[in-house]
Design a protein around this ligand. Sequence first.
Ligand code: GAP
Length: 600
Amino acid sequence: MIEAKGNDLMERIVSLCKRKGLVFQSSEIYGGINGFWDYGPLGVELKRNIKDYWWRAMTQKRDDVAGLDATIIMHPKIWEASGHTTTFADPMVDCLLTKKRFRADQIDPQSGMVYKYDGAESKESGFKIERHFEVIIEKDKHPEYARKVARQFYALTSNDKNLTLLGETTEEVQNSTRFNSENGGLLTEPRLFNLMFKTYVGPVESDENVAYLRPETAQAIFAQFKNVAEVARQKVPFGVCQIGKAFRNEINPRNFTFRSREFEQMELEFFIRPDEAVEAICGEVAKPQGPGHPGEPQANWGWQMWHQYWVEERLSFYESIGLPRASLVEYWQKPEELAHYARATVDILYKFPFSKRDEKGELAGEELEGVAARSDFDLSQHQRSSGKSMTVFDEELKAAWGKLDEGKKPALAARYQEARRKYLVKTGETAENADRQAARDAVGLANGYYVPHVIEPSAGVDRLALALICNAYAEDEAPDEKGKMEKRVLMRFHPRVAPWKVAVFPLLKNRPELVRKALEIRDLLRPLMAVFYDDTGAIGRRYRRQDEAGTPFGVTVDFDTLGEKGLDLKDTVTLRERDTMKQIRVKIEQLPALLLEKIR
Ligand code: GAP
C-alpha cells in the first residue's frame, strides 16, 4: 500500500469524492456556500445504506425501540424548555483586520512578541485615530512585520496607507489565544453566538412568529414521548429513535463535511427507570464490573449499566460496517466538560486524517457520536414547560414498593426526593417550591410514578459517511491490460455500506449473446441489491472504475458462460473480489445467495 499522511491524504480523498460523485460543494456553480454539501450519485447510496443499516440495527432488530419521523420546525417553546435558546451558543471572536470569524475555543495558541499601539496618525492631513491594536510576531522577526499589519488595520478606518503608528510598546507572551494565527492581528473579546437558524412561520416577520430549524432531532422524541409510548405499547425500559436533518449555524464549518451547517443525525433516546425504582423492584442496582459489553439487558441494571451497554453496542455497530476498533477511541468526558444535565458522556471518536495528534504522535480522533446519560432532565423540562405530565406508571414498581421493608421505603424515597429537589433548584425554582414539588415526586414514586431517565446515543450520518470514506480510501498496484503494474485507487467500503454491491459486465459489448446473458444476471440481482451494469471500455478499465467506486464484487459474463468452451462451465460467471482482485468461477444460480450473505 502507498501511504499518504494528513492533509495530503485528505486532499486526495476530497478530490476522489468529487470525481466519483460522492460529495459535491453545494451551489458550486455560484461559488459554493460555506458549510453546505451535496451528495452525488454514489454518496446518496452510501448515506442511504448507513441510515438503513442503523435503522435496522437500532429498531427493526429490537423489540424495545420504536421509530419516529418528526418535523424540522417545531413549537419554539421546545427550544426554551431544552435550553437551546439560552445555552446553545459557542464563543466567537472576530479578526479586527479581516473580520473573519472563529470559534474562540478553536484558536491555536501562539507565543512570541506582541507589539501594542495606541493609534495612528496621518502626517499629511493631521487625521488621527485613537484606537488600541496589537500584533503578535515570532520573537526573532523584524518589528516591521508587526508594523505592517498594524498599518493595514488603521488604514481600514482612514484609507491612508502611510500612517504613522503611535505609542508602540512590546511584551513577550506564551500560548496566547488572543491573535489570529493567519496574520497575527488582534481578535475581539469572545462573545456568545447562538447556533440555531431562525425563521418566521407565516407571512408576518414578528417576534411572535419566530421559529427555529431544529439543531438536533432529539427534542422531538421527548416532545412525542407519551404518544409513542402509548401507541407502541412499550414499557420502560424502551427507546424511540429518529433519523433526520439538523441545522447549526456553525461559526467555523471545517474539515470537509465534518462540521457542516446542515447535516443529518441518527439519535436514540432510550428511557430507563430511575435507580431508586430499580432498587425497589430488584433489591439492588447492578453497576459495571469492568470494561467491555455487559451482555443482555437485565432488570436490575441502573443507568451506569445501560450507559455502558449502549457505548459497547455502538462500538460494535461501527466495527460491523468496517471501522476497525483501532481506528475508534472511547473518550470519557471529564466532569468539567459535561453538559449541565449529563451524568456521564462517552464520545466515540474516529481517527480522521485531519485529527490532531497527541503527545505520542498518535491521531487523537474527532467525535463521531456521543453517548450521554442525560438523567430525567429532558422529560422533566418539557413537563415543567408544557404543563403536561411526562411521568409513566410502572405497575411492577407499585407492587414492589408495597412489599418493601419499612426501613427501606423512607431511604429510597429520600434519595429520590433529593435528586428531584436538586434538579428543580438548578432550573431556577425557589427552594420552597423545589422542596414541595420534590416531596410530591417522592410520593409519586411510592405509588409507581416517575419521569423516566434517558441514555442517548447520538450519531451524525455525514460524519460517519466521511469516516467510512476516509477508512475506505486506499492505493495499491494492479496490472494493466499489458500486465504492467500501475497505481490503483480503491475504496474498500464494507459490502454492507458500499454504494453499489455488484457490477455486472459482459466481456464484449458487440456480442449480443454476452450482453443478453449479462442483462439477465443484472435483472436477477437487481430486486435484491444495488447493481451497476457496465459494458463500455476494456474489462480492466471497467474493474478499475468499480474499484474506485468501492463496488465490492464484479461479475463478468464471458464465452465460458455461454458454454462455448465446454458444457461444464456453461452458466457460470467470474466473480471478482475488489480488495484482493481474486477471481472465482460461480454458477449463476448461486450468485444471489452468495452475494446476499456478504452484503447483509
Ligand atoms: N442530541 C445530542 C446532540 O445533538 P451533539 O454531540 O451536539 O449531541 C450529535 O451531536 C452528533 O451529531 C455528533 O456526534 C456529530 O456526529 C453530529 N454533528 C453535530 N454537529 C455537527 C455538524 N456541525 N456537522 C456534522 N455533524 C454534526
